[in-house]
Design a protein around this ligand. Structure first.
Ligand code: SF4
Ligand code: SF4
Length: 479
């Protein structure tokens, strides 16, 4: 059989069932789980390099989300998605429905950034930056503070109701609900304004929809981060399902080095594992206990893994304690695990990177050259041209002046392209921010001065800061 055919085969993994029976259960499940019909995951807290990085990134993410609605530029909320007036305000830039191209750029950039980082680093978005993970870890932090570490939480859940259990559970759910409410109000603040959302909510000044969305997002946060947790990642998030399409043998993912770790098993610390016929995995199952999605990474790459690195940190600590080399579980690639060298500069990754850079440059160029004024010219469709009472050939237009800035502006209108044109209509207009101002204009000329039946001309709009846009049109001589 040719090499290419053999590469297409799905590798077969031999699992010895008798060996499996000897192993301890990966985690101690709650006795009540059978009644509930869902295995409860009691996540053990992990510490280490990746957990510090993750926690810092989580704080940046959370604080940015919470504080951005309170940032104001020139008296206006810096990030304000004003759907009722069909405007998005982003750090002094106002995006109108006419600027949909900018939003298209943003979506394309987001898609290619996802392709690029997933191909390069696997699901790092999920582990380090996804709001579902960030809020879940925050909720687990409250759980840990109020109910204690993993083993205590398991015992507490197995105990019958008592005052101790009651106040701890009540305090935990109270904190979760409070965080959910603040999260929901912050979310609503992006659309209704920070002061309106936060103060209006408590003074009863909000209308039906802000209240509806606040309660909706509050329940969604409480349910997703408090109750559903890994279910969202495993069964509801579409990214979990299609991310593997972008993986290749050079994608960095959290992996267990089975060659080094097997055969796994407990052993005295001072004994040489080789003498005992063992690998470096001591089967402490800590990597399983810290996993927020409840998987055993030693079973191989699984779509449930969110690349959070908790198992890497906890296993490195175990290796340290045993005096073994770190990295039994690590961020590595399939090729590296097989003894090869990771190929970073590969065509697929470079392609995604180049497209990403091009799209980002196009977005920056579009924003930098974007004019805060716009002119549309609409010819009178009922009448192409007419002779007026003075024997002049006349064409009628409606000029639409859009002020895309955030201040009132004065605009000058003019026309270019035909000598001797007479302008009938306003030449100077004052337009409110966001307003589209219509100016009816008729242009007239002695028909003997027109050398051809249709002549191109150009309307010119100049604002009070000298910015200029032009719009082409035509003058029709008629018969
Ligand atoms: S933490 Fe490391 S040593 Fe412990 S079971 Fe997991 S892989 Fe084995
Ligand atoms: S297997 Fe490791 S990296 Fe993957 S989700 Fe579990 S703890 Fe995180």
């Amino acid at each position: 059989m040719s090499e290419s055919n053999s590469e297409q085969k799905i590798p077969v993994k031999h699992i010895d069932p008798t060996d499996h029976k000897k192993r301890p259960a990966p985690r101690r499940d709650n006795k009540n789980d059978k009644k509930k019909g869902r295995r409860q995951i009691y996540v053990r807290a992990a510490e280490g390099v990746f957990q510090t990085l993750r926690s810092r990134m989580n704080w940046v993410m959370m604080l940015s989300f919470m504080l951005l609605p309170w940032l104001h530029i020139d008296g206006r909320q810096a990030v304000f998605l004003d759907f009722s007036n069909r405007q998005f305000h982003l750090f002094g830039l106002t995006i109108w429905p006419q600027d949909l191209m900018l939003l298209a750029f943003v979506f394309i950039i987001a898609a290619f950034a996802l392709f690029f980082f997933t191909t390069f680093l696997g699901r790092v978005w999920c582990g380090y930056w996804c709001p579902q993970t960030v809020w879940t870890f925050l909720f687990i932090w409250f759980e840990e503070k109020l109910e204690g570490p993993r083993n205590k939480r398991i015992r507490l859940d197995e105990l019958p109701w008592s005052f101790n259990k009651f106040w701890r559970k009540t305090a935990k759910h109270g904190c979760w609900l409070l965080v959910s409410l603040i999260t929901a109000l912050t979310f609503v603040a992006y659309f209704w304004g920070s002061h309106e959302a936060f103060f209006g909510f408590f003074t009863g000044d909000l209308t039906f929809w802000p209240y509806f969305w606040t309660f909706f997002f509050m329940l969604a946060t409480y349910g997703n981060a408090g109750w559903m947790r890994e279910i969202v990642c495993l069964h509801m998030c579409p990214y979990a399902r299609f991310q593997s399409v972008m993986f290749d043998r050079d994608t960095f993912t959290v992996s267990y080095d089975a060659k080094r770790g097997e055969s796994r098993g407990p052993r005295p610390r001072k004994k040489d594992p080789k003498e005992l016929g063992l690998g470096d995995c001591i089967d402490c199952v800590l990597c399983v206990q810290v996993c927020p999605t409840g998987i055993d990474i030693r079973d191989g790459l699984q779509y449930e893994c969110i690349n959070c690195g908790a198992c890497v940190d906890v296993c490195d600590q175990t290796m340290d304690r045993m005096g073994y080399e770190k990295g039994l579980i690590s961020y590595t690639t399939e090729r590296q695990l097989e003894g090869g060298k990771t190929n970073i500069m590969r065509p697929k990754l470079l392609g995604y990177g180049v497209i990403l850079l091009i799209m980002m440059s196009a977005l920056v160029a579009t924003v930098a050259t974007r004019q805060p004024l716009k002119l549309d010219v609409i010819r009178d469709r009922n009448m192409l041209s007419r002779l007026n009472d003075y024997g002049l050939m006349e064409n009628v237009y409606t000029l639409k002046v859009l002020n895309k800035s955030q201040v009132v502006r004065s605009y000058q209108l003019a026309v270019d392209g035909i000598d001797g044109l007479e302008w009938n209509g306003e030449t100077q207009v004052i337009v409110e921010p966001g307003e589209v101002f219509s100016v009816p204009v008729s242009l007239a000329i002695d028909p003997y001065l027109l050398k051809q039946p249709i002549t191109d001309l150009e309307f010119v709009l100049t604002d009070d800061e000298g910015r200029q846009v032009t719009q082409e049109s035509r003058f029709i001589k008629g018969r």
